[in-house]
Every structure is written in C-alpha cells, then in structure tokens.
Write a protein that binds this ligand. Structure first.
Ligand code: FAD
Ligand code: NAP
Length: 544
C-alpha cells in the first residue's frame, strides 16, 4: 500500500485547476477518477490523513456496513471488483478501508490528493468564472468546477455537555476513533447514544470492559444483521454478475437488490401472509424487513403491524423483562429513523456488568470529573464513548464558508433548510456540485449506488460543458423551488417526517426541521436526472 501522506511536510499551493474536489471518501475518489479520465487537472483536498472518508474516521469497535458487502462496493469497474474478495456478509471497517486503499492504489489516486488539509472557504469569482478555494494550510487555488464530496455523515457531533472539559478520564466519539484503537480492559465505560454506532459498538465494548453503562435517550428499532462469512461460491458468483447487478440496483428504490419490495398493501394481505412476510424478512436480516408490504412506510396502521412484530422479536431477545421494555421503541414508527442492524445488541443487556440508563425523562445534566451526571446521580466511569451522531447532510458543507454569485453565502441561503435542484446544485452557485446532496436519495439508499449515479452525472455534465465551450451551469431559482416543493411533498406522503431523526435535522439543537433526502427512490430519481441531462440540462442555466 502506498504511503498516505502521513508526516508529509506542510506545503501550501496556489494556482489554477480545472476542478477542486473536497473529500476523499467513496465519492471524492470516484469523482477524481472520472474527471482525470476527461483530461482535467484536478486537486482533491481531504481533512484526514488517508482516503476512505466514513471508513477512515469511524474505527470504533464493531463498525461495519449495513448494506451487504457484495453490494456496498464500487460497481464501475470490472477489473476492480475482480481483484477484491469480501470476507463477510457485512464487512467490518478495517476491511472496507483496505478496499478503499486498494482502489486508490489501483487508480493511483493519491498523487492528486492533499491529505490533512481542510477546505475552509470557497468563493465564486464572477468575472473570472472561477471558484477561489482556501484551505487551513494556507493553500489558495482556483478552479472552474468545485465539487463537494464532503459526506452526509462526516461532521461528528459531541453534544454540548457542561463539564466535559473537566472529565478526568478519556472520552471518544465513534466518528473520530483513535487509529491505534482503545483498550477498555478493566475499565468502566459510559456509552451515550443508541443509534447504529452505539448499537454496533456496545456489545464489542462490553466484551472487553469491566462495566458498561449505556445512556439511552431514544430506544431504536434493531434487528439481527445475520452477519456470517461469505461462501466462496457467493463471491465467485458475484464476480460474474456485479456489473449487471449494479444496473439492476439502479432500477430499485433503495439501490439494493438482495431483497425485493412487496408491492401489495397490508389491507390486501391476510394477517397470516403479513406475518409470514415479516418473519421471513426479519430472519433474512437487513433492510428487507421494511419491504414486507407496500404501505409499511406510508400509513400508521400498516406500519404499526410491523412495529409490533419488531417489538415482540426485540422483547424476546432480552431475558430481563424490565430492561427489555426500556429497550423497546414506542415513540416513532419503524423505519423512519434509520433501522439498526446488530449482532447481539439486545442480549448484551442481560450481562451483569451492563446497565441501561433511560435518560428520556431525565437528560444528562453534566459531565463531572468522575463521570456522567443525570437524574441527580453520578455514574462514575473511566471512559465515555459518545455515539451521538452527526450534523448530517448539511454539517460538513456548511462548515465551509461557501459564497456564490454576489458574495451570497450558502449558510444564509440554507438558514431555513437546504435548497437544491436535484440535490446536485443550488441557484446562485454556478459550477458548484454536491455529491449525494440534500434533495437526492442519498442516505435513504445504498450510498455507493447513489454516489456513482451523481459522479457519473456530474462527469458527463462537465464533459458537455467543456466540449461545448460553455462557461457555467447553474440551477435556476424556478427549477430549484419546484424541486424543493416536490421533495417536501413526497416526504409528507410518508411517515418519515414523524420522528425526531437526523434526516430531519432534529438531533442538532437549532437546526431547521426539514426532511432532507428525496424519498422517491433511486430508480425514479435516476430517470429524472437522466431526462434533465438529455434535455440539455433542463432547469439549469448554461452560461456562454
Ligand atoms: P465520506 O465517506 O463521509 O467522505 C467525506 C470526506 O470529506 C471525509 O473524509 C471528510 O474528512 C472530508 N471532508 C469533509 N469536509 C471537508 C473539508 N472542508 N475539507 C477537506 N475534507 C473534508 N452507507 C451505506 O450505504 N451503507 C452502509 O453500510 C453504511 N454504513 C455506514 C456506517 C457508518 C459508521 C457511517 C458513519 C456511515 C455509513 N454509511 C453507509 C453512510 C456512508 O457515509 C456512505 O456510505 C459513504 O461512505 C459516504 O461516502 P462519501 O465519500 O460521500 O462521504
Ligand atoms: P445517530 O443515529 O444520530 O444516533 C445518535 C444517538 O445519540 C441517538 O441515540 C441519540 O438520541 C443520541 N444522542 C444524541 N445527542 C444526545 C444527547 N444530547 N443526549 C443523549 N443522547 C444523545 O448516530 P449514529 O449512531 O452515529 O448513526 C448515524 C448514521 O450513520 C446511521 O443512522 C447510519 O445511517 C449511519 N451508520 C451506519 C452504520 C451501519 O450499521 N453500517 C453504523 C453507524 C452509523 P436520539 O435518538 O434521542 O436523538
């Protein structure tokens, strides 16, 4: 594996590129590859020391994908997929990061990436038609195109707990885990947060620590992932079918083909048929459960059947019935917060050294020198793990000072919620693209499928502009307004807006409550963006 740029001397650069890409996760890496193939001079800036994005930062114990490995990989190159063998149904973080480094080696990506460099501002210089990009290392470069591959779940968030600075032990956020790992042997550990990261990490931390106290604000729906080693024949088969599978995946709502959505509505099915569907899909593991019938995510009545089923399964997984009840989610429909997949999460609470503290009614008051204080009680611990999530979808983008036409700030434009056309661009910000931006299927899908969909669209668009000698592309305000209204309308036809989820920005105090992703599905969305491109970028203004 080539060096990651670790320890490289700080160098600053100036000069002009055809394109600047911010971020070197799955999105930035593929974007670089596509733009290079067009002959463009490209610079990528990445805050981390290496490629990988999510999988570079989230090294917490138990981290693994929840879309199956055979689908959670690039699908653009037969050579790449043939050169890689996944070991498990849901690959663990180290394996995914190794895969990303394998791709970076194979495509020789690192020579155009500046690591340990954070982009702090990007301003559109209207007369020159160029983006002026500045980094925290003092680089000042310009580029015709600026592409944000900054990630939807990359701005890790530690809540503003009073007293954290006085805590005498060590604390960690799952989204910024130390590279050398953490040894919890003999330690008393507090884990705050029971979303996917908490649910994945708690059983693994508990297997090592002397004592674990889990602070739960919202119980989540979780189902067994059913992880297992992949069989050689499964791997071999996938190599023959991956490219075709990927085409098929783009024709599905979630960009996933390992299960199909049942289109029948709950009321059209007998109770036995519903129970069978739910049972089969529960046992299958993964998101198949949410596809048991057509209106599961659309009506309370239909959703309630699946939620009751899930609660019964969850209840049966915990011997201590009092604790089991606390672990059951009653305050939101199933699926409207990201469904969690686990390995022995619920069972962990039957272990004598694992305690659950329900903090819904009595939130954490403060962190003391010795531990966590809530409900008037101090829980003494040696370490705290914050599995408290991210400022999702807009956090990383808006931490950059982005100024468009007339010096208008994106932060101000999006103060009441993100506004994009197709999740790809925003009016007033010419030649600025978002990969898996708000207003696109993004986090509701197999994200690698959505990333490739966007990267391909952006690369084709850049090609069209370059070949046509067209200086700029910019979403029109009308098209953007219509798209925002459409995205909101679709979301309002689902149950999604009914939970305090990060999809809604509800986990960040003061963040506007807007359902950010597009719920219409990868397939419908893919057709829409293809039509837009075929109509010479209808809804965008092309500048001569
Ligand atoms: P990221 O991987 O987040 O990369 C963005 C990069 O941009 C980061 O490295 C960041 O450092 C960099 N960056 C941001 N701002 C700046 C800046 N200003 N300057 C320089 N660099 C910057 N999705 C799925 O579909 N299936 C899964 O199984 C799945 N599992 C997940 C597990 C975890 C723990 C998490 C947190 C997310 C998971 N996701 C999953 C979502 C995941 O984020 C995407 O699948 C995918 O990895 C996103 O790739 P990306 O390149 O768009 O963004
Ligand atoms: P998350 O889903 O946002 O969960 C954060 C948890 O922290 C929630 O339980 C939240 O409670 C709690 N929390 C936040 N602020 C708190 C506070 N002030 N006091 C007490 N509790 C607080 O974050 P995440 O678990 O990191 O997951 C984010 C997303 O990343 C996932 O939804 C998924 O898309 C992706 N992910 C995927 C996997 C995977 O399985 N492959 C693993 C990890 C992450 P509330 O619910 O009450 O806000």
């Amino acid at each position: 594996m080539a060096a990651q740029g670790e320890g490289a001397p700080a160098r600053t650069e100036s000069g002009q590129f055809d394109a600047v890409i911010v971020g070197a996760g799955f999105a930035g890496m593929y974007m670089l590859h596509r733009l290079r193939a067009l002959g463009l001079k490209v610079r990528v800036y990445e805050a981390g020391e290496g490629v990988g994005g999510t999988w570079y930062w989230n090294r917490y114990p138990g981290a693994r994908c929840d879309v199956e490995s055979l689908e959670y990989q690039y699908g653009f190159s037969d050579e790449i997929q043939r050169g890689w063998n996944w070991s498990e149904r849901y690959a663990a973080q180290p394996e995914i990061l190794r895969y990303q480094n394998y791709v970076a080696d194979k495509l020789d990506l690192r020579r155009d990436i500046r690591f340990e460099t954070r982009v702090i501002s990007a301003a559109y210089d209207e007369p020159a038609g160029l983006w002026a990009v500045e980094t925290d290392k003092g680089d000042r470069v310009s580029a015709r195109f600026c592409i944000m591959a900054t990630g939807c779940l990359s701005a890790a968030r530690v809540p503003d707990f009073k007293g954290l600075e006085d805590f005498g032990g060590d604390w960690y956020h799952t989204g910024g885990w130390p590279h050398e790992g953490v040894d919890f042997t003999g330690k008393r550990v507090a884990v705050v947060g029971t979303g996917s990261s908490g649910i994945q990490s708690i059983p693994v931390i508990a297997a090592q620590a002397k004592h674990v106290t889990v602070f739960q604000r919202t119980a989540n729906f979780t189902l067994p992932a059913g992880n297992r080693p992949l069989k050689p024949e499964e791997i071999a088969r996938s190599k023959e079918t991956l490219l075709e599978d990927r085409r098929h995946a783009r024709e599905t709502p979630g960009g996933i083909i390992c299960f199909e959505y049942n289109e029948a509505l709950a009321e059209e099915m007998t109770p036995e048929a519903i129970a069978n569907e739910l049972e089969t899909r529960w046992n299958q593991g993964g998101f198949a459960f949410l596809g048991a019938y057509g209106d599961l995510m659309a009506t309370h009545e239909a959703n309630h059947i699946a939620a009751e089923f899930a609660r019964a399964k969850m209840r049966a997984s915990v011997k201590n019935k009092e604790v089991a009840e606390k672990l059951l989610p009653f305050d939101h429909p199933v699926g409207v917060k990201r469904l969690c997949l686990d390995t022995n999460y619920l069972q962990t609470f039957d272990e004598s050294h694992v305690d659950l503290v329900d903090i819904r009614e009595k939130p954490i008051e403060r962190i003391s020198k010795k531990g966590v204080v809530c409900g008037g009680k101090e829980y003494e611990v040696d370490a705290i793990v914050f599995a408290t999530g991210f400022d999702a979808m807009t956090g990383a983008l808006l931490s950059i000072d982005i100024k468009g036409r007339g010096g208008a700030a994106l932060r101000e434009k999006w103060a009441a919620g993100p506004r994009t056309y197709l999740g790809l661009g925003s009016a007033g910000f010419p030649n600025l693209f978002f990969i898996t931006g708000p207003g696109s299927p993004s986090v509701l899908s197999n994200m690698i499928v959505s990333i490739e969909q966007h990267v391909d669209w952006i690369a084709d668009c850049v090609k069209r502009l370059t070949e046509g000698n067209i200086r700029s592309i910019e979403a029109t305000k009308e098209a953007e307004d219509e798209w925002v209204a459409h995205v909101n309308e679709l979301a309002s036809e689902t149950l999604y807006p009914q939970a305090n989820s990060w999809y809604m920005g509800a986990n960040i105090p003061g963040k506007p409550r807007v359902f950010m992703p597009y719920t219409g599905g990868v397939n419908v969305y893919g057709e829409k963006i293809a039509e837009v491109a075929a109509a010479d970028y209808e809804g965008f203004q092309l500048g001569a």
